[in-house]
Design a protein around this ligand. Sequence first.
Ligand code: FEO
Length: 170
Amino acid sequence: MLSEKMTKALNEQINKEIYSAYLYLSMSSYSDYQGLKGFANWYFVQQQEEMDHAMRIYNYLQEQNARVLLKMIDQPPADFGSPLEIVQKTLEHEQFVTELVNNLMNLAIEENDHASKIFLQWFISEQIEEESSVNAILDKLKLAGEKGNGLFMIDKELMARVFMPSGQTE
Ligand code: FEO
């Protein structure tokens, strides 16, 4: 059984994950409008992953017989600047999410909530991957440049990303 505090915190996290999906969908449409189809694809897949994260928490709350309470989703920005700026903003957002996940784990530890500790472990590992994949794009952009051939190659590479559902039984 989850504490009231943990139930509230996990519901908050559902909201943050859906906001992340909304933010990345906005980044996807922005990239598409700029003619960067690969970026648009990468952000669209990122949006799918965020919904997958939200559903993981949704399912966990239900498994624990806790109440899911959905809240209003904030409006995401619509303009994200240059390719380097949009990826920098992505990294900053993921660092923010990492902090949120760490806070949830701190709460689980504080409450001796072993089930939530195991559940949140997946998110801790996922955030390492998320930050690392965004950092890799950032490095490439810095190296290959934001224009011409370099950008064309990176955009092509980002086109290859496909959504892989994480599996809700882990
Ligand atoms: Fe759900 Fe990108 O963290």
